[in-house]
Design a binder for this molecule. Structure first.
Ligand SMILES: *[C@@H]1O[C@H](CO)[C@@H](O)[C@H](O)[C@H]1NC(C)=O
Ligand SMILES: *[C@@H]1O[C@H](CO)[C@@H](O)[C@H](O)[C@H]1NC(C)=O
Ligand SMILES: *[C@@H]1O[C@H](CO)[C@@H](O)[C@H](O)[C@H]1NC(C)=O
Ligand SMILES: *[C@@H]1O[C@H](CO)[C@@H](O)[C@H](O)[C@H]1NC(C)=O
Ligand SMILES: *[C@@H]1O[C@H](CO)[C@@H](O)[C@H](O)[C@H]1NC(C)=O
Ligand SMILES: *[C@@H]1O[C@H](CO)[C@@H](O)[C@H](O)[C@H]1NC(C)=O
Length: 586
């Protein structure tokens, strides 16, 4: 197809450019590091080992505004073609018919006008009535990082790839007033239309330590007025980036358009916390007449709130896909490596696999699942069933490319009696801290059991993804861990921070699951340096980035293991080699 031609030509320059920009990963922060010396690095040095096979890469930072338009998915992402020099952030643009195969097209938006001279930062796309896309983005207008909000429209609506975008001269359309700090004022959301005929968008920022989602209103999409109070805010959370606000159906798995409202609709409000670098969300109710979003009573609104992903995951955005009636969430995963190692690799950062999001039937959280299109990349398959793993036992999964695989396993056990007691003093620990305390080598009663991913033959290296079940006072608590601490034997002096070792965290999150079925499922997407794991049908998700030295390509092994005293059964396991997409020339 003509659309897919000349693909290879794009690969190299883009690789080079992307690796240069990685070092501005804090593009959203007022303070940032500059790496001038990277200017002279050549793409010839790009190291292949650890590069992802089927995750979208390279890319940089967060996604701007994924959207669906006339048969194509569009991915816009932040990018600095001048690399080492701070600023000049553009919107790079790739298009796809299936969210798997991607074709790079020319940058959609780049600095060229007074209202975005120093950078085109993040934003969102909105499809206006009549099927007319509009982009909202944050423009940087001076060397003090003063932020304004601009819009852009396609030059040619008949072009389904929307290659060319126009930035009208009546920009900027939103500038900070006295109430708003103009250096922390960015990332406008997809706009939604109220029953009163007004459009709304919310923009991230802060006042002192209070994270803010400023709310703006417009009748014509051009003249915007700030609503006096924010849509939502939370003291003590610091700057809010990349807010995302969308409706979710209570009684259906269908996704909803961003403007949907009504009886059977709840709302999700998510922000990316600049200070901790992770995304958290609450579920709640949107009161249009009060112009407020209020989280449900039992929601934790802050640091320890629900997270889309308890690992390397930031700056996600969602969009409504009308072609399949679903809401898709997309996150960006940075490297765990040091900057020096990123330079040696020549690249950094991947887009994770897009996930569909629905409301958990319990109404208390979301469920995320890799888009079904991913399954088209599945190749050779191996299966296993009714295999009992006694204490200390492990079983190898062979016959597929385990360094680039999709693994789906369901464990079961006879009883919950051996679950270790949950020490009340752990109540104040979050999942990550408890996983740090209770790693895969700390034997338990029911668990640890799970997968040893990217393992070397003699287990010098491995990244275990595992469950541990505790008996708390009135219920069982299930913990999912994804532990990078033994992922490589290479000592990483360059990324020592304050005398500490490299960043190889033992990520963790609790899984709010009813254990009466005595079953737990786990799906892991393994892709060379990416281990993206979904527990219990997507209740808890953790992504780790790891860099094994022995467990690479066909030297990598995959095991299911049990290190608890209670026997655990692999009820069923299916694992597939994952092929590369035919087209990945971004
Ligand atoms: C940047 O901020 C400094 C300090 O407030 C001010 O003196 C300077 O004029 C500003 N520069 C621009 C280009 O706005
Ligand atoms: C608009 O796009 C269509 C479809 O790609 C193309 O046929 C047409 O020539 C374009 N119009 C202009 C003015 O470029
Ligand atoms: C505005 O934000 C900047 C960057 O975070 C900060 O340095 C400055 O102190 C803030 N100004 C006010 C008035 O809070
Ligand atoms: C916000 O939190 C700060 C401490 O982080 C506290 O000093 C301040 O009083 C709080 N403000 C409000 C309105 O609660
Ligand atoms: C990226 O990686 C570093 C460690 O290398 C980590 O400290 C940081 O929080 C990560 N996340 C983001 C979103 O930058
Ligand atoms: C299981 O526990 C034993 C004893 O602590 C330990 O030596 C072994 O490495 C553990 N297995 C895994 C996969 O962590």
């Amino acid at each position: 197809m003509e659309f897919y031609s000349k693909s290879i030509l794009w690969a190299l320059p883009v690789l080079l450019l992307s690796f240069l920009v990685l070092f501005n990963i804090n593009g959203v922060e007022a303070s940032h590091k500059e790496y001038m010396h990277l200017h002279s690095k050549s793409a010839i040095n790009v190291k292949q080992v650890h590069r992802s096979g089927y995750h979208f890469q390279p890319t940089k930072h967060w996604i701007n505004g994924p959207m669906y338009f006339n048969g194509y998915y569009h991915l816009f992402y932040q990018y600095n073609p001048k690399g080492a020099v701070w600023g000049n952030i553009v919107w790079a643009h790739s298009v796809s018919k299936d969210l798997i195969n991607w074709k790079k097209v020319p940058h959609a938006i780049y600095p060229s006008k007074p209202f975005d001279k120093y950078g085109c930062w993040s934003g969102s796309a909105t499809i206006l009535p009549g099927n007319k896309p509009v982009i909202f983005y944050t423009g940087i207008i001076d060397t003090n990082q003063t932020q304004v909000q601009n819009y852009a429209v396609p030059a040619n609506l008949s072009d389904p790839c929307l290659i060319e975008w126009i930035k009208p001269d009546n920009n900027p359309i939103i500038v900070a007033d006295q109430y708003v700090n103009k250096t922390t004022f960015r990332d406008p959301t997809t706009a939604w239309l109220g029953k009163d005929g007004y459009w709304r968008t919310t923009i991230g920022g802060r006042r002192k330590r209070r994270g803010m989602a400023f709310l703006y209103r417009s009748k014509d999409f051009i003249n915007w007025v700030r609503v006096r109070h924010p849509l939502h805010s939370k003291n003590g959370t610091g700057n809010w980036e990349c807010p995302d606000f969308f409706p979710i159906a209570v009684d259906s798995k269908n996704g909803l358009d961003t403007s949907a409202i009504g009886q059977n609709v709840k709302h999700v409000f998510k922000v990316s916390l600049d200070l901790t670098r992770y995304d958290y969300y609450t579920l709640g109710t949107y009161f249009p007449e009060k112009e407020r979003y209020i989280p449900d009573k039992d929601m934790v609104d802050g640091w320890e709130g629900l997270r889309y992903d308890y690992g390397n995951f930031y700056a996600s955005k969602s969009f409504f896909d009308p072609s399949k009636n679903r809401r898709i969430l997309w996150g960006w995963s940075n490297e765990s490596d040091s900057t020096d190692n990123d330079v040696k690799k020549g690249w950094a950062g991947v887009q994770l696999i897009p996930r569909t999001v629905v409301l958990d039937p319990n109404g208390k959280q979301l469920l995320q699942w890799p888009i079904e299109e991913l399954e088209t990349l599945r190749g050779d398959k191996v299966e296993l069933s009714n295999k009992v793993l006694m204490k200390g036992e492990k079983v190898g999964i062979k016959g597929i490319t385990v360094a680039q695989a999709d693994v789906d396993v369901t464990f079961s056990f006879d009883s919950l009696d051996k679950a270790e007691p949950f020490d009340p003093s752990w109540e104040k620990l979050n999942g990550e801290k408890l996983c740090g305390l209770k790693g895969s080598t700390v034997q338990g009663g029911l668990g640890p059991f799970g997968l040893l991913t990217l393992a070397s033959e003699n287990l010098e290296e491995y990244t275990p993804v595992f469950f541990r079940i505790f008996k708390a006072q009135d219920k069982h608590k299930v913990l999912l861990c994804s532990d990078a601490s033994r992922s490589t034997i290479v000592e990483d002096k360059t990324s020592m921070k304050d005398g500490r070792d490299a960043w190889r965290p033992s990520f963790g999150g609790f899984v709010n699951v009813d254990m009466s079925s005595k079953k737990l499922s786990l799906r892991s997407l393994i892709d060379n340096s990416v281990v993206e794991s979904f527990a219990a049908g997507g209740k808890t998700v953790i992504t780790s980035r790891v860099y094994p030295s022995l467990a690479i390509y066909d030297k990598a092994c995959l095991y299911a293991f049990n290190n608890g005293t209670e026997a655990v059964k692999i009820e069923s396991l299916a694992a597939w080699s994952m092929n590369r997409p035919k087209l990945m020339n971004h």
